[in-house]
Design a protein around this ligand. Structure first.
Ligand SMILES: Nc1ncnc2c1ncn2[C@@H]1O[C@H](COP(=O)(O)OP(=O)(O)OP(=O)(O)O)[C@@H](O)[C@H]1O
Ligand SMILES: [Mg+2]
Length: 236
């Protein structure tokens, strides 16, 4: 689905991603893990085009269009190619209603459809119940559901989420995990996720990648995520 090859990224002089290789197989949930500041968000932003990369390739194949190299494509174009993005910290519009927040996502649709897909409300009924409420008046967990809903209105093929469980009550975290599985199993999506919560990764991801100082240091099926790896790379 997405093959990241020898990606190098700098913030000014600071080399953040180092010759980073990563495979995101279609129809699975790949979970990127790693301590604070190792470059997880930077990696996702590089995939979305929100930070420029110095070198490397992002080979994206969505089935119908064949393989496309993303590094030279604008952010909007990447959305139009079917990549949905839920940024760390949610970044919803607090003064807009829930419905208008969802509508802002529609601008990125390739087909010009102006209607919020019913599937979004089916997956997150709370967004329908609260569609006239202001985004800023929702709880943290509901705002996260809104941010995911907004990424889903383009009916993406690849969904990218940055720490969806951060600072959210456990029952909503597991609802989000279940939605991720539904999207994969019922809608055929591919998911690339950053998540530091181990139980979440173990329950909902198929594969893991551990990053340390801007490069992947371990990867495998989620069942292979050993206590030793956790001790070595994830505990502080
Ligand atoms: N806009 C920026 N300008 C300069 N340096 C940055 C910028 N954004 C992030 N960094 C630095 O790049 C490194 C990687 O940051 P990044 O946000 O990708 O880490 P992360 O793994 O997502 O961390 P966290 O777990 O805290 O979300 C850090 O050292 C951070 O301070
Ligand atoms: Mg981050």
């Amino acid at each position: 689905m997405l093959a990241i090859e020898k990606l190098n990224q700098f913030y000014g002089e600071s080399h953040t991603l180092w010759d980073l290789d990563l495979e995101v197989p279609a129809g699975q949930c790949t979970c990127v893990m790693g301590r604070n500041g190792v470059g997880k968000t930077t990696l996702l932003k590089a995939v979305m085009g929100e930070v420029a990369v110095k070198s490397g390739a992002l080979r994206y194949s969505s089935g119908d269009a064949g393989e496309i190299e993303l590094t030279q494509k604008a952010v909007e174009e990447r959305s139009r190619l079917g990549i949905g993005y839920v940024p760390q910290g949610r970044q919803i519009f607090p003064l807009l209603t829930v419905e208008d927040n969802l509508r802002t996502g529609l601008a990125a649709r390739q087909d010009g459809v102006k209607k919020i897909p019913e599937r979004v409300y089916e997956l997150f009924p709370v967004l329908k119940e609260m569609k006239n409420r202001r985004g800023g008046d929702l709880s943290g967990g509901q705002q996260q559901q809104l941010a995911i809903g907004r990424a889903l209105v383009i009916e993406p093929k690849l969904l990218i989420l940055d720490e969806p469980g951060e600072g959210i009550q456990p029952n909503i975290v597991s609802q989000i995990g279940q939605v991720i599985r539904q999207l994969i199993n019922e809608d055929g999506l591919t998911v690339l996720l950053v998540e530091q919560k181990l139980p979440f990764a173990r329950k909902y991801a198929d594969r893991f990648v551990i990053m340390d100082r801007g490069r992947p240091v371990a990867n495998g099926d989620i069942g292979e995520l050993s206590d030793e790896l956790i001790q070595q790379h994830l505990t502080v």
